[in-house]
Write a protein that binds this ligand. Structure first.
Ligand SMILES: NC(=O)c1ccc[n+]([C@@H]2O[C@H](COP(=O)([O-])OP(=O)(O)OC[C@H]3O[C@@H](n4cnc5c(N)ncnc54)[C@H](OP(=O)(O)O)[C@@H]3O)[C@@H](O)[C@H]2O)c1
Length: 241
């Protein structure tokens, strides 16, 4: 039995991905910030050592057999430029650490883990799935420089990993959702004028967590190796490129 680690699976997109993977018979190792119900491993990514703790615990639970890692945990907190210098810098550091550095640490642990494993019959040793954002390409609101920078960094990291390790059977996929109907999107829609924002989405609605969960599941289980390095948009045609 192979295991898949999904970060930030307590709610929203991560919870939907966890349910979708479980429905496919996968043993999912979940994660959230603090101890709680549901068996998720607790690790607060504002702590530089938390990704290592999470990885060690996940390896332990899986008996050393993690087939894929989904870097989904993320924070979308406004950081207005009018804040004091130190408040602005603190918020920048937290967002970069949670949304990018922790994902980089986990990706590195996973790559090194897979490098020491034999490939499966399809030549694959392991899969990374990064949940980035449309903001990586389009930028974000004036209070979200840090969020867009972290997601842009995630896409650059993903492409680098895909190119570096494809020959060794280590695959990397990235997903760039637009607005998705979770608490994160609710705060954002409210702060940006609510339903009027939907006018910018030709599909006429935001994405559902289940839709993004299905794309995550596809990348973690089904995407053919030739797709490694791909970035999959899911934004109702609000940003086509
Ligand atoms: N919703 C959107 O519109 C949208 C659009 C584009 C991209 N995305 C991306 O999709 C991913 C999931 O978003 P979502 O909307 O499902 O978010 P969400 O509902 O707010 O859930 C965020 C998840 O990240 C975890 N997390 C937050 N801060 C953390 C920390 N300090 N340490 C460890 N984990 C932490 C949360 O754990 P706790 O429950 O323990 O707090 C939770 O499981 C994120 O990477 C986000 O940037 C979302």
């Amino acid at each position: 039995m192979s295991f898949i680690l999904v970060t930030g699976s307590s709610r929203g997109i991560g919870a939907a991905a966890k349910a979708e993977l479980a429905a496919r018979g996968i043993e999912v190792i979940g994660h959230q910030t603090r101890e709680g119900d549901g068996g998720n491993i607790a690790a607060d990514f504002t702590d530089p050592g938390a990704a290592q703790t999470l990885w060690d615990e996940a390896l332990d639970r899986s008996d050393g057999d993690i087939a894929a890692v989904v870097n989904n945990a993320g924070l979308f907190d406004a950081n207005p430029v009018e804040r004091s210098d130190i408040e602005w810098l603190d918020a920048w550091e937290d967002t970069l650490r949670i949304n990018l550095t922790a994902a980089a640490q986990l990706s590195r642990f996973a790559v090194r883990h897979w490098q020491s494993r034999d490939p499966g019959p399809d030549g694959v040793r392991g899969r990374l799935v990064h949940v980035a954002s449309r903001a990586a390409y389009r930028g974000d609101s004036p209070a979200h420089w840090h969020y867009a920078a972290a997601k842009g960094g995630m896409i650059a990291m993903h492409k680098t990993i895909a190119r570096a390790y494809a020959a060794g059977g280590i695959l990397s996929f990235a997903i760039t959702p637009g607005f998705t109907d979770t608490s994160m999107a609710g705060d954002y829609l409210d702060s940006r004028g609510g339903a009027g924002l939907l006018a910018d989405i030709p599909l006429g609605r935001v994405a559902t967590p289940e839709e993004i969960g299905r794309i995550i599941t596809f990348c973690a289980l089904d995407a053919p190796p030739s797709m490694t390095g791909a970035v999959i948009d899911a934004n109702g045609a609000s940003f086509v490129r």
